[in-house]
Design a protein around this ligand. Structure first.
Ligand code: 3H9
Length: 698
């Protein structure tokens, strides 16, 4: 294997190119070779200037994340950056693609920075629970001032090259990534101002009341948007240190804080989430088959789900024909779609002409025959088996051979739906989450007779729509909703035994969820869960505990936000809702009927039970092969159900908490309800073997 860093000398200019596909991550081998190429260029007397760039797709997109957690090997990245900055020959970075994290830190230590206009520059370490650990927190404020540096490092969001030029992060925009840096170097060598070390710049390091005010404002806003996370505050501390200590001391603080953050469970959880998200699309069918084309799709149903799916497809550049049963429903579907684009225009996200171009790809019809030429049709009608079956019988008649027939069902048996068609190998489940144009998760449900290329087509649709796909097997509720039902039941038991829904919501919110389960049920609509409970009633184990409280609320017509009342009251137009004494009254009546004397639940116990119920069902989902691996459960819960990303997902959380401790909790709870709390045999096996869920993440 050749060196990942090449050194080419053109006249008196040394060009160092980093090649480590796919993203030119700064692995140990890259750092070693970069350091040695820098030393060669330094020693070579014919070299007057040095250009650093990335080969292929991008300038380095950061440190090699796979090396985190292993002992650091010299030369560590901060040393490479210092070496660049201290060279006595001008060093120019020529960036394209995504110079991120350690990649951008290399550029910050160069004496000049050039970037192609399409370049996206950023410091995304915060997304991994870390901070820029190779001088980023010390050099960026020196270049662009504290507030801008803090926003870039604490948001983790990349900025465009144009913006980078405006704020002084780069010196020039370049069109030709190969020739323009050489011209820049030539110009530089003929001037007398040649070496500009970022560590020596002081003009932005003035502590003014405005800077202090702005920093406090940004700190407060990140404390809210990154609630519960350690890294943003630490980033602020390091950035503010530029005002208080010399560069080397600031670097030391940064390095020590980086090492400290690397050891936290938050960073371990976020790094797990990074790889889990990418692993979820690595499934057997995708390696075996080529996806079918997706040039045009049909959507049946123009309600919330159907219109959301339509928008997701249109945004992915796929023309859509929407089917509804009559003119009135067509109008509603149309309005649902147009409303979203109107808002995009108002918010300045899209221009009017861009929206017109998108909507030119959108048709509606009441006639199923209009779908005859689509490559895929996604059914999003009422969640009732007879209705779904009727739609699939029609689709079987009208869709061209080879077209994919997909159902957006969130619970129902897709094997059964497939039986009404003459082509079960073309039938698949595509479970979108509401609002489908926004939510990243897509459960791809694989029935027993579907062909591999149809599954691969589902994953290809997800990619086009920039969704995060998870492969799920067929069972009631698939991965996400099946597990939700279990911890929903657990919450109901705690409520009946003494906790109020408000205490439960508070505990779960403070665990890191955006909202608690009862706020979520109110938002989604209590009628949805009610319909599922009624559908499952005939199959319920008569020995299993059942809590009637939610049904009682539904019987009153209290379906949540949409009816102004659910577990909370929304009568003042307040979307967060107020606690409702009438709900507490209903809960009390139910307790009395069952002779339950309410007891206190601490916040800690609420979380302990809630998570144990979630993990126990999730283990069954993995054991039965409904999810391919524990990390797929994590992705489902992170992207579809608001599990706090910095905890990595329920399975990662269980590993961190200790699977043996989860088992002890389950065994303890089992004493009060042996049916509900029966520990999953997978957890028992893993604990017996001294293993954890991560051992199954192949
Ligand atoms: C850092 O720099 C710390 C320093 O401050 C201090 C150090 C002391 N390492 O996302 P994709 C893999 S922290 C290792 O699908 P895209 C990825 O797993 C780092 N592997 O491509 C995937 O592998 P596979 C700060 C990495 O085109 C493949 O590359 N930097 C890394 O959609 C393709 O990735 C970041 O956090 C990495 N750094 O997006 C940037 N990056 O094919 C993280 C990617 O086996 N990366 N891989 O599944 C990204 O945000 C996106 O990958 C990027 C490309 C936007 C670059």
């Amino acid at each position: 294997m050749g060196s990942p860093v090449s050194l080419e000398i053109i006249q008196n200019i040394a060009i160092l190119k980093i090649l480590n596909p796919p993203v030119n991550a700064l692995s140990h081998l890259v750092r070693l070779n970069l350091m040695s190429a820098l030393k060669d260029a330094e020693k070579n007397e014919s070299v007057s200037a040095i250009i650093v760039m990335g080969e292929g797709n991008t300038f380095p997109a950061g440190a090699d994340i796979t090396e985190f957690g292993t002992p650091p090997k010299n030369p560590v990245l901060p040393l490479v950056c210092d070496k660049i900055e201290q060279l006595n020959k001008p060093v120019i970075s020529a960036m394209h693609g995504t110079p991120l994290g350690g990649g951008l830190e290399i550029a910050l230590s160069c004496h000049y920075r050039l970037a192609h206009p399409h370049t996206k520059l950023g410091l995304p370490e915060v997304h991994l629970g870390l901070l820029p650990g190779a001088g980023g927190t010390q050099r960026l404020p020196r270049l662009i001032g504290l507030p801008e540096a803090f926003k870039i490092a604490a948001s983790g969001m990349p900025i465009s090259a144009k913006k980078a030029k405006e704020i002084g992060l780069i010196d020039e925009l370049i069109e030709n990534i190969n020739d323009d840096p050489i011209s820049f170097a030539d110009k530089l060598l003929s001037s007398n101002k040649q070496i500009l070390r970022t560590c020596d710049i002081t003009e932005h390091l003035n502590e003014t009341p405005e800077t202090n005010r702005e920093m406090s404002k940004i700190r407060a806003s990140f404390a809210k948007s990154h609630r519960g996370q350690i890294a943003p505050g630490k980033i602020a501390n390091c950035i503010e240190a530029t005002l208080k200590m010399p560069f080397e001391k600031g670097q030391e603080l940064e390095r020590n804080t980086f090492v400290e953050l690397l050891k936290t469970n938050q960073s371990k959880g976020l790094i797990h989430a990074f790889f889990a998200e990418r692993k979820s699309s690595k499934i057997p069918e995708v390696t075996k088959a080529i996806p079918r084309p997706l040039n045009k799709i049909g959507v049946v149903g123009g309600g919330t789900m159907g219109s959301g799916i339509t928008i997701a497809a249109l945004n992915a550049g796929i023309p859509v024909t929407m089917i509804e049963r009559d003119a009135e429903s067509i109008k509603k579907g149309n309005d649902n779609v147009e409303k979203v684009y109107k808002r995009d225009i108002e918010k300045g996200r899209l221009s009017e002409s861009a929206v017109n171009d998108i909507l030119a790809q959108f048709n509606t019809s009441t006639d199923f025959d209009s779908l005859s030429q689509v490559d895929m049709v996604i059914e999003a009608v009422f969640e009732e088996m007879p209705i779904k079956k009727k739609v699939f019988q029609i689709l079987d008649q009208v869709i061209k051979p080879g077209g994919v027939l997909a159902s957006n069902t969130s619970y129902l048996d897709i094997n059964e739906i497939a039986t009404v068609t003459s082509r079960p190998s073309d039938v698949i489940g595509l479970h979108f989450f509401s609002p489908a144009n926004i939510m990243r998760l897509l459960e791809i449900v694989v029935p027993s007779r579907v062909s591999d290329d149809v599954v691969a087509t589902g994953f290809s649709l997800a990619k086009k729509m920039r969704k995060t796909p998870v492969r799920a097997g067929v069972c009631d509720g698939f991965i996400g909703n099946r597990i939700l039902n279990n911890y929903g039941d657990c919450a109901a038991f705690m409520m009946e035994d003494g906790a109020t829904p408000y205490e439960i919501d508070k505990a779960i919110f403070e665990f890191g969820y955006p909202m608690g389960p009862y706020q979520m049920f109110d938002l989604a609509g209590g009628d949805i869960g009610w319909a599922t409970r009624k559908r499952l009633e005939p199959f319920r184990n008569p020995q299993s505990r059942y809590v009637h409280i939610a049904d009682k609320l539904c019987e009153n017509g209290w379906f949540g936000q949409k009816t102004g009342r659910g577990f909370y009251r929304y009568d003042t137009g307040n979307r967060r809702g107020n606690e409702d004494p009438a709900v507490l009254e209903i809960i009390e009546q139910e307790r009395q009927k069952k002779g339950i004397t309410p007891r206190k639940f601490s916040q800690e116990e609420i979380i302990q039970r809630y998570i144990a119920a979630m993990v126990n069902e999730a283990a069954e989902v993995v054991r039965e092969g409904i999810a391919l691996r524990p990390s797929d459960v994590d992705v489902t819960k992170l992207f579809g159900y608001g599990f706090p990303r910095y905890r990595g997902g329920p399975m990662k959380y269980a590993d961190t908490y200790g699977l043996d401790r989860i088992l002890v909790d389950l065994q303890e709870f089992e004493k009060e309800d042996p049916i509900f709390w029966k520990p999953s045999s997978l957890i028992e096996k893993l604990v017996r073997e001294g293993n954890n869920f991560d051992s199954l993440n192949l």
